[in-house]
Structure formats: structure tokens, C-alpha cells
Design a protein around this ligand. Structure first.
Ligand SMILES: Nc1ncnc2c1ncn2[C@@H]1O[C@H](COP(=O)(O)OP(=O)(O)OP(=O)(O)O)[C@@H](O)[C@H]1O
Length: 663
């Protein structure tokens, strides 16, 4: 340990190919990587000092989930320690009987009860070991499941605004790597406890037999312990170093057989260059492994030599004690057995302390992430929201993204009348998507008031609000599941209803897409798996639309719902949106296709976060020099159409906002 502590952290060579292809070693940018350097620099004894705290952390987690299993596990481990102590005492009795004076048959008869005791103790120890394995098997997955579920449950309830904070996001991301740490720590803790109890049992028995024997145990075991610590630390540091080279190798080799790079690999000759790079990088790994093996062999030899010298010294003292009559032969024999069995416990202890310390860091991340996620959680409960109605109003709503210099929305005042198609238009970055996210309750206004049915969104029960909203965003999730599950996940709280799924697909014009899949609804819409297939962007858009329709929410927010559709499908998609209002659904439509917004009941025009116009298409077109009119005319000129698009069915009602508010 001192050896590694005194030396500066070893720099491992980077191959020429890594320099050429990656500009140096290929290091992760992931949050867990930040632990690797401190871990390698940490001394063994500093880690060992934290051992009680680490074992206590994992014991607390286990106690919370299954106290009975934890007690069984502890009992079994302590019991094994006791059986080891009894075993040594019994071995001592056997040796006493065997070394006593008298005929051999008599001595054997005298040793028989102790021999039987050894057999019983061995059986009990095996039984306790089985109990320990069973209890650990019950406890480990349970503790892992509960910790993981707690983390993900907290993570999915975090306010969207909190996720904008890079530091918070990093913390949350780091938590993911701690989800299996608690299980690994539990298993390491069991080994550590087992080794400690074993060592304590051996030391206790030896102290009872003769105080000098404890010193002898320490003397012989110390060089072995030193060797184990140095080897474990070196192996650990080396693994972290060559893992970077391994990673670089696997990044390269994965491209060699990939379909995406197949053409360039052949035509450009990239394959030859990458295979040569593989050779070069593997050489670096081999070199590091050779160095490690030589260093480990040297340490092992030094530890064995020291241990041998210590053994000679200790056995010399033993000889003197025996010769002077200060110690019976049987006691010396027992000491030899105890020393030999303690060696294995010591090595296991050293190996697991490193492991425990590393996992404790990840578990610390998990605890931090859960605590942070709970601090930023969307509140549960709040004012109830009446069913169905979607009377939504914004009064002087301003919204600034965390860490943003300027507001995304400035003092926006508008109303979303129920059962209408309301369009949000404006140039890129004008605030349309942000506004829709505020209406959906995903962000809370920085200032101003946003109400649903007269209640401020800050006071509302947000779960009830979410329940009233369906979202079809530009970048809607493409779930790596079956086509059926991709639609059903739109309303996961209700029982899967195949007839409703098919209706939603028909409304979204997705029936033909499903029919064309190799296993229809059971097809996995992800490539590389059995029943898996890849579908096009437009087909995905229809599946996403089916999901939003399956949800059947009073407010449907659609953000560029047709960007991947062909022209015919696009016209049909906009027409079918209008039919949704038949059953009172409010549609909030965000699109740059102004021919489609022209048929909306009400259009809001945004410009750099400000509301600069509202009204029907005709009203907004009547505003000379207005933003809407200029945008529309620009698009119309491209397609050669006039001011009245007639591209979809006419609105069935007049404008709810007769006053154009172009500013
Ligand atoms: N997560 C974010 N963090 C910080 N700023 C953001 C974030 N999302 C959007 N913005 C900024 O807020 C402003 C409004 O963006 P928003 O996405 O609402 O515009 P948009 O009108 O929907 O644009 P587009 O037509 O390109 O989809 C832009 O200046 C954008 O850069």
C-alpha cells in the first residue's frame, strides 16, 4: 500500500492509433468516471478505516427491506465463526489425546469424542453456510429492487425545469450506476464479516491456548496481508487503466461488422486501417497485462519470502517454547492449523475492502440522486380539477428557462377555448413549444398566472392535469417495444383494449402500417431482435399519432405532427385533427404549415416570446404588414396558392375571438 501511495499515479502508454483516432485515451464523460481517479489514489488503510460505516450503510438498507433475512444472514455468519472456534478447540483436544502417553488404541479412543465434535462442527458450519447463501439470495435482489425502484420512481417525478439544470441532471444520471451497488455491497459485506469473524475466532482460540500464539499469527499473516493489499491495489489501478484501451478497441471492432459502416469499410478501405489500429491498441493492452503479471509475481515472491522468514522465526519461538516445556505439543499443532486457515480469510478481506469502497461511492451517488430528485419532485395532491372541461387561460405569463439569459415567453395573455382547434404559429424559437409545455403543466410560469378551469396551475393536482392532456411532440418517444405496446402506453393506467387500439390506429391512418408489419401488432418496432423490424419516420409518426388518440384526453397538444408525412398523408392528418373536436376535444396545434393552421378556429402568433397576434386566418390576413400575413404569403408564393387556402374542411363555427390583436 505504501508502495502505491508514495508513487505518483502511473501513466499508462497510449498507442499511436488511439492518438490518431481518439486524440488520446478514450475516457468516459459519464458521471461515474469521476470516481475512478480518487479511487485509485485512495490508500488501502484509508478505505479500511471507513469499513464500519460502509457495512453499516448496507446493513441499514437491508434492515429496511427484510430484517428477518438480515438477522438470519448475520446469525449464520456469526455461527460460522463460532463453529470455526469450536473446530479449533476440538482439533486441540484431538491433538492432546493423540500426543498423550499410552497405547495407540487407547489414545485413539480418547480422541474419538473430539473427532466426532469436529465432524458435527463441520456439518453445522456447512449448514450455516447454506443458510447464509439462502438468506443472501433472498436479501440481495430484494434490496436491489427496492433501491432501484425508489430511484426510478423519484427520477420520473422530477420537475422538467429541474432537469434543465446540468448539475442536477448529472447527479441524477450518476444515480443510475449505484442501483446494483447495494447488492454488490451486501455480498462483499458478507465476505468481509465472514473473514473478520473467522480471524477473530482464530485469534480468540489462540489467545486462550497461549498468549504468545496471537503474536505468531500476526507475524506470519502480516506479510501475506501486505502482499494481498499491494496486489489488489495494483490490479485495481491497472484494470482502470487498460479498461480505457479495451473500450477503444471495442468501439473500433464494433464498427467493423456494422451495416452502417459496411460501404465505407469496403470502398474507402477504412476496414484495413481499423484492423491495423486494433492490432496496435491490443499491443498496448498486452504490454500492460505483461507488466502487471511481472509486478504481481514479484510482490507475491516478496510476500512469500517475508512470510516464510516470519514463519521460520515464529516456529523457532514455538520450538523453544516446546523444548522448554512452556507449551504442549498439541497447542503448537493447533496454532499451525489456525495460522493456515487464517491466510484465506485475510486475502478475502483485502480483496473485498477495495470492492466495498468502490461500490460505496456509487451507492452514495444513488442516495444523493434520490434525495435531490425528491427535493425537485412534482408535488402530489392539490386542488382537484373538474372532469372534461379545458378552460385554459394565461394572464401575463412569463417563462425563463433555468440558466437562460432571456425569457422564452414574455407576458403572454391568451385563452384556449374548449372544443376548438387552436393553432400556435411563429418563427423558430418564438416560444410555441414552450407555451404548450406550460399549458400541459410540464413547466410552471416564472411569473403571471396560468389557470385550468379557474384554478392556478401551481395549486392544481398536477397528476389530474396530466391526466387531461395527450401530447404528440415533434420528438415523441419511439418506445423499443411492440407496435401494440407503443399505442397502449398512451393510457397505461387502463387495461389494454385491443378494439380501442385498432380504432386509434384507424383514426391515425396507421392501419396499413400495422398490416404491413411481419407480425402486425406483435411486431417489435426495433431492429435486431426476434419479431423486430425497422419502420420509417412517417410510419412512426402515424404510430405516435395513434398513441395520442388512444389516450383520449380532453386536450391534445400536437407539435409538428406531420413533418415526416408525405403530402397526401399530411392533408389527411390535418383533416382528421378537426374531427377530434366533435366529441369536445380541444386541439392545440403547433405547425409551420400555415395552410393547415388556416382552418383552425383560433390562431395565436408568437414572435420572440411575445404574443403579437390572435384571431382567425381571415382576421389575421386582414392585418396589413402583420407577421402572420407575411409568413403565409411567403409560403403561399412557394406553392402558388391564394390567401384562402381551402385546403381542408371549413371551420364550423365563427371565431371565438373576433378582435384581431396584431401589434
Ligand atoms: N430547454 C431549454 N433550455 C433553454 N432554452 C430553451 C430550451 N428550450 C427552448 N429554449 C429556448 O426558448 C426559446 C423558445 O423555444 P421553443 O422551442 O419554445 O420555440 P418554438 O417556437 O417551438 O421553436 P421551433 O419552431 O423551432 O420548434 C428559444 O429561444 C429556445 O432556444
Amino acid at each position: 500500500m505504501t508502495l502505491l501511495r508514495r508513487r505518483k499515479a502511473r501513466e499508462f502508454p497510449v498507442s499511436d492509433s488511439e492518438l490518431l483516432l481518439f486524440g488520446g485515451a478514450l475516457r468516459y464523460d459519464a458521471p461515474f468516471a469521476t470516481h475512478q481517479k480518487p479511487l485509485v489514489r485512495m490508500t488501502f488503510w484509508a478505505m479500511a478505516r471507513q469499513l464500519p460505516a460502509m457495512v453499516a450503510t448496507v446493513a441499514r438498507a437491508a434492515w429496511r427491506e427484510d430484517p428477518a433475512a438480515l438477522l438470519t444472514l448475520l446469525g449464520a455468519e456469526l455461527g460460522q465463526g463460532l463453529t470455526r472456534a469450536f473446530g479449533l478447540v476440538a482439533a486441540n483436544r484431538v491433538l492432546l489425546a493423540l500426543f498423550a502417553a499410552g497405547p495407540t488404541a487407547e489414545r485413539l479412543r480418547q480422541a474419538l469424542p473430539a473427532l466426532l465434535a469436529i465432524a458435527v462442527v463441520t456439518a453445522v458450519s456447512a449448514l450455516l453456510s447454506a443458510v447464509s447463501v439462502a438468506a443472501a439470495g433472498q436479501l440481495e435482489p430484494k434490496v436491489e429492487r427496492v433501491c432501484t425502484a425508489r430511484f426510478y420512481r423519484s427520477a420520473v417525478r422530477v420537475e422538467l425545469a429541474a432537469l434543465e439544470d446540468k448539475e442536477f441532471h448529472r447527479k441524477l444520471d450518476a444515480g443510475r450506476f449505484g442501483t446494483d451497488s447495494v447488492r454488490l455491497m451486501l455480498s462483499s459485506s458478507v465476505t468481509v464479516v465472514n473473514a473478520l469473524v473467522g480471524l477473530a475466532a482464530a485469534a480468540g482460540v489462540l489467545a486462550l491456548l497461549h498468549p504468545a500464539l496471537v503474536g505468531m499469527l500476526v507475524l506470519i499473516a502480516s506479510p501475506k496481508g501486505w502482499g494481498a493489499v499491494v496486489s489488489a491495489r495494483r490490479q485495481y489501478a491497472s484494470r482502470h487503466a487498460w479498461i480505457e484501451h479495451r473500450r477503444a478497441i471495442s468501439v473500433i471492432t464494433s464498427t467493423l461488422t456494422s451495416q452502417d459502416s459496411a460501404a465505407e469499410i469496403r470502398v474507402h478501405g477504412a476496414g484495413r486501417m481499423l484492423v491495423d489500429a486494433y492490432d496496435d491498441m491490443s499491443g498496448t493492452v498486452e504490454q500492460e497485462q505483461r507488466r502487471l503479471a511481472r509486478a504481481q509475481a514479484a510482490t507475491q515472491t516478496a510476500a512469500s519470502a517475508l512470510s516464510g522468514a516470519a514463519a521460520v522465526a515464529a516456529y523457532g519461538v514455538l520450538w523453544l517454547l516446546l523444548a522448554s516445556g512452556g507449551m504442549p505439543l498439541a497447542v503448537a499443532g493447533t496454532a499451525v492449523i489456525a495460522v493456515r486457515s487464517s491466510g484465506a480469510s485475510l486475502t478475502a478481506l483485502v480483496m473485498q475492502v477495495n470492492r466495498l469502497y468502490e461500490e460505496a461511492m456509487y451507492l452514495g451517488d444513488l442516495e444523493d440522486a434520490c434525495a435531490a430528485a425528491e427535493r425537485h419532485a412534482i408535488p402530489t395532491g392539490g386542488a382537484p380539477l373538474a372532469a372534461g372541461v379545458t378552460d385554459i387561460r394565461l394572464k401575463k405569463v412569463t417563462f425563463v428557462y433555468p440558466e437562460a439569459a432571456t425569457p422564452a415567453l414574455c407576458e403572454v395573455t391568451l385563452a384556449v377555448p374548449p372544443g376548438k382547434v387552436v393553432a400556435l404559429v411563429g418563427e423558430n424559437g418564438s416560444g410555441k413549444t414552450t407555451l404548450s409545455k406550460l399549458i400541459a403543466g410540464l413547466y410552471l410560469p416564472t411569473s403571471g398566472r396560468l389557470t385550468w378551469n379557474g384554478t392556478d396551475v401551481r395549486e392544481l393536482d398536477r397528476d389530474q392535469l396530466f391526466d387531461r392532456v395527450a401530447v404528440l411532440s415533434q420528438d415523441f418517444p419511439r418506445w423499443p417495444m411492440t407496435a401494440r405496446a407503443n399505442v397502449h402506453i398512451g393510457r397505461p393506467g387502463q387495461r389494454l383494449d385491443q378494439a380501442r387500439i385498432e380504432r386509434a390506429a384507424a383514426e391515425a391512418d396507421a392501419t396499413d402500417v400495422i398490416a404491413s408489419l411481419p407480425h402486425q401488432w406483435d411486431s417489435l418496432v426495433i431492429k435486431g431482435f426476434e419479431r423486430g423490424t425497422q419502420i420509417s419516420g412517417g410510419q412512426w409518426q402515424r404510430l405516435g399519432s395513434a398513441r395520442a388518440r388512444y389516450r383520449r384526453a380532453p386536450l391534445l397538444i400536437v407539435d409538428e405532427p406531420t413533418s415526416a408525412l408525405d403530402p397526401k398523408a399530411e392533408v389527411e392528418a390535418f383533416q382528421s385533427l378537426r374531427t377530434l373536436t366533435d366529441d369536445g376535444t380541444t386541439v392545440l396545434l403547433i405547425t409551420h404549415r400555415l395552410a393547415a393552421t388556416a382552418t383552425a378556429d383560433l390562431i395565436y402568433v408568437l414572435d420572440r416570446g411575445h404574443l403579437v397576434g390572435e384571431g382567425t386566418h381571415e382576421e389575421l390576413m386582414a392585418v396589413e404588414g402583420g407577421l402572420y400575413r407575411s409568413m403565409y404569403e411567403l409560403q403561399a408564393a412557394q406553392y402558388g396558392i391564394g390567401p384562402d387556402p381551402h385546403s381542408g374542411p371549413a371551420r364550423r363555427t365563427g371565431s371565438p375571438h373576433a378582435q384581431p390583436a396584431q401589434t
